[in-house]
Design a protein around this ligand. Structure first.
Ligand SMILES: C[S@@+](CC[C@H](N)C(=O)[O-])C[C@H]1O[C@@H](n2cnc3c(N)ncnc32)[C@H](O)[C@@H]1O
Length: 289
């Protein structure tokens, strides 16, 4: 069952589900989905963005999450989702419109005719600290950051607002659906996948994101010259990434094997945890030919 979190209540935050209609007061406009459920946040992500969009994929690459949404995160989602959020709902996406300057804000009036930025997709941003730092360091690039983790979405929106980042958009849902159904061929200037879930058990390997079929799909959405940047602290997954990315004819490895850690990639939460366990981190940098 899906859940909700107001204030400091800890509940089931499966983003693929929505909250039962009875467990909190009705919002003023009482918007419900087809099954009569209300969305988790009145002005946040859709309760179930696209019937079937998530569920038709039988193998998920992410864990259903339990977590606590803090007051600040809930507030950021409610206030900023309409402006900077994206429901992964299967609808073809106009990236230029999504990244129009000041979308939802006054700045749109101030910057008529500003060309849209090149857009890099980050899959699985977690709490979003690295995403926000990279966006701040490169304001000319649009970052489309996608995850299913509600506290992280709230955190990243909060960070983006605090730092005045106009170049971050936050997607809720499955990045595979985004790539498959919503993004046009050759529309992305890059792809970042930092510390994807390693799924260490053999019976779960099928859930790993970096697989030949996924890479073929992702590459089809990349413009020539786009960079694919992956990082992991899980050695067997690093080997799988190297093998799968090297076998994709439309990608060229920029290094002989693993890449040296690029200075532009900030330390992420999962990287820190991996290093504390003594894991070795590998980066991989490939270019779309
Ligand atoms: C291990 S965490 C790493 C988070 C962050 N990159 C870091 O290094 O701290 C992996 C994240 O990827 C997300 N994820 C996995 N598969 C995904 C998918 N198909 N679409 C969107 N997010 C996904 C998970 O929800 C999770 O937050």
């Amino acid at each position: 069952m899906g859940g909700k979190a107001w204030g400091r209540v800890t509940v089931d935050l499966d983003p693929m589900a929505s909250s039962p209609a009875t467990d909190r007061p009705a919002p003023a406009d009482d918007v419900r989905d087809d099954a009569g459920r209300r969305p988790m946040f009145p002005d946040g992500p859709a309760a179930r963005p696209h019937p079937g969009a998530h569920h038709e994929r039988r193998i998920r690459t992410f864990h259903p999450r339990r977590g606590r949404v803090t007051d600040a995160q809930a507030d950021a989602i409610n206030r900023l989702w309409r402006r900077w959020g994206l429901d992964i709902d299967g609808t073809p996406l106009d990236l230029a419109a999504l990244f129009a300057p000041g979308r939802g804000g006054d700045a749109a009036q101030d910057s008529p005719g500003t060309p849209p930025p090149p857009v890099v997709l980050e899959i699985g941003f977690g709490m979003g600290d690295a995403t926000a730092a990279m966006a701040a360091a490169d304001p000319a690039t649009g970052i489309l950051a996608v995850d299913v983790h509600t506290p992280g979405q709230g955190n990243l929106l909060h960070l983006a607002e605090d730092a005045g980042l106009e170049n971050v958009r936050v997607g809720n849902g499955d990045a595979v659906v985004l790539l498959r159904d919503m993004l046009a061929p050759a529309s992305l200037a890059g792809l970042r996948v930092y510390f994807p879930d390693p799924w260490p058990k053999a019976r779960h390997h099928k859930r790993r994101l970096i697989q030949p079929e996924f890479v073929r799909l992702a590459v089809s959405r990349l413009a020539p010259g786009a960079v694919v940047h992956c990082a992991t602290d899980w050695e067997p997954y690093a080997e799988q990434m190297l093998e799968v990315l090297s076998a994709e004819p439309a990608l060229r490895n920029e290094h002989d094997g693993y890449a040296p850690r690029p200075a532009f990639r900030p330390m992420t939460k999962f990287e820190r945890q991996g290093l504390a366990k003594g894991h070795v981190v590998h980066d991989l940098l490939f270019t779309r030919v």
